[in-house]
Write a protein that binds this ligand. Sequence first.
Ligand SMILES: [Zn+2]
Ligand SMILES: [Zn+2]
Length: 278
Amino acid sequence: MLTDYHVHLRPDEVADTPAEQFFTAANAERYRETAADRGIAELGVAEHVYRFTQALDVWDHEFWRHCARDDLDDYCAFVREETDLRLGIEADFVPGREDRMANLLEAREWDYVVGSVHFLGDRAVDYDKYDVWTSGESPDRVWKRYFEWLGEAARCGLFDILAHPDLVKVWGKERPRPDGDLRRYYERAMDGIAESRIAVEVSTAGLRKPVGELYPAPAFLEMCVEAGCPIALSSDAHTPDQLGAGYDEALEALERVGVTELSVFERRQRRTEPIGAT
Ligand SMILES: [Zn+2]
Ligand SMILES: [Zn+2]
């Protein structure tokens, strides 16, 4: 089986992507058709939690206030009633707000919850409007903090899938990067990851970003697999054509570390299935 679980039904530009235009059976069908063409049988959506008004009960960052326009329960009802897609959500790890996020998540019946670290405090690792790299912190400090938070995100137990695990590298050469063997940073996340046995996402999204690499880097993937973590495969598509993009490269990376099965989710129960297009 092949999966694509970390999928958005619309691009990130809030003003141009109203729910009524994108949360439609016809749009879901476009994704389903592309998935079928690419041999991806297990397809689910995971919209950003901060695009829903209920997320403001969790965190009131300016970016979230800008994005929070839609109703979370309407989204859930749409996916369940008008599509045959798995119902997921991409939820941010916001330290200190775990209880509030738990309340939001537990009130709804997801197939899976994708957990992400996008922000380190008020600043983002992947969004230049709130760029963490303008804070003057050294690359060493930014990377340490990112991977510490990633480990905490795994450990907190709110999430089924740990998204784009080394997202901090997203800008590639456009931002500073620590020198040498990066495993010293990955190590900082590994206790939390190993303890939680969370499904670690192999994401092809990095291939279309400035870094031009899969998340996670091969050495980090190897550490996760050695720790016994199952793998979830996704593209983080924001349009139908991005579904399953770069999967050949992802499957090669998985083969190199001996991964032969992928995580499959239903109502937050995880099982594994052998890798293979259908
Ligand atoms: Zn993300
Ligand atoms: Zn995403």
